[in-house]
Design a protein around this ligand. Structure first.
Ligand code: G3I
Length: 304
């Protein structure tokens, strides 16, 4: 196949990109997205501060710009994200526990209802764990609702859209370490108690300080063995040339090596729109030229 999406589809997977609605007017941005990719995650447009800036006042317009185009092309859409301590609307942090719980459940219900039946997988809870394997203490949900908020969120999400896969999503969980062990224990616990969870997202933001782990595939495989799908959800890898291309190939190979790894999403299209302030972590250069990393990903998807 000659595009990332078609090559991934031939392997029973999607290959998506994070897309920002404010770039869709740029013709090359839009055409690169729709030509090369068969999946999408709105980069910021589904986050709490955007979709529910005031209590129970929902605004889906910028996310809908992306979802409408994606649906017309049959793309796999990931919803990102329902419950996260960051990019939260200001009004949420001042609530007491009772109000925060009802606000969280109302948010999940309201957002999931809007796109019911249209989202392949939701990041129900994002980045709830700390590097040492404890819970992230700066989360208002953790502070006021305690450990049980994750389970409450997943149960509400299952009711709100029974056809969406429900994911837990985090970073620095790509290899085997204290943080991924903690997420693993949570998924194992959820599975044993019948708490609904279908997938785990591995963000996979890699750079010199945080390289592609040697036990990446092994880590994906141990989660899959718990009976959940795994997805690479926000892939970007700092670097250039052959080194970057080899790292990207290793990531693709790891996913292809795990039958329950259902797709890969890169966190942006051209380097110039990466969330990273500097660097060249994506597959397309600033003029939408295909980088060596693009070619290595396509080759790997096509069978290496
Ligand atoms: O839209 C406003 C604009 O109106 C304002 O003038 C400007 C001034 O700073 O800010 C704009 O908002 C920015 C927003 O991106 C949209 O561009 C925010 O400042 C900026 O903080 C925000 O960054 C996003 C970041 O999440 C926030 O945490 C990145 O685009 C987005 O790529 C990044 O994505 C996260 C995932 O959601 C979760 N995992 C990590 C990943 C990378 O940080």
């Amino acid at each position: 196949a000659t595009t990332l999406g078609a090559a991934a589809a031939a392997r029973g997977r999607y290959f998506g990109a994070a897309v920002a609605a404010n770039h869709l007017g740029e013709a090359q941005y839009a055409s690169t997205w729709t030509t090369e990719f068969n999946g999408v995650t709105p980069e910021n447009e589904m986050k709490w501060q955007t979709v529910e800036p005031n209590r129970n006042q929902f605004n889906f317009s910028s996310a809908d710009q992306i979802v409408t185009q994606a649906r017309s092309r049959g793309m796999t859409i990931r919803g990102h994200t329902l419950v996260w301590h960051s990019q939260l609307a200001g009004w949420v942090s001042g609530l007491d526990a009772t109000n925060l719980r009802s606000a969280m459940l109302n948010h999940i219900n309201g957002v999931m209802a809007h796109w019911k039946g249209q989202i392949y997988a939701w990041d129900v809870v994002n980045e709830a764990f700390a590097e040492n394997g404890g819970r992230r203490s700066e989360s208002v949900f953790q502070q006021k609702l305690g450990n049980g908020y994750i389970e409450e969120a997943f149960r509400a999400a299952r009711t709100a859209d029974p056809n969406a896969k429900l994911c837990y999503n985090d970073y620095n969980t790509d290899g085997m370490n204290a943080k991924s062990n903690a997420v693993y224990a949570m998924v194992q616990d959820f599975k044993s108690r019948g708490v609904p969870i279908d997938c785990v997202g591995f963000q996979s933001h890699f750079n010199a300080q945080s390289p592609v782990p040697s036990n990446y595939q092994q880590n994906l495989a141990r989660f899959a063995a718990l009976g959940v799908d795994v997805q690479i959800t926000e892939l970007d890898i700092e670097g250039s040339g052959t080194a970057q291309a080899n790292n990207y190939a290793n990531v693709v190979r790891a996913c292809l090596g795990v039958s329950r790894c259902t797709g890969i999403t890169v966190w942006g299209i051209p380097d110039k729109y990466s969330w990273r302030a500097s660097g060249t972590p994506l597959l397309f250069n600033d003029n939408y030229g295909k980088k060596a990393a693009y070619t290595s990903v396509l080759n790997e998807l096509n069978g290496g």
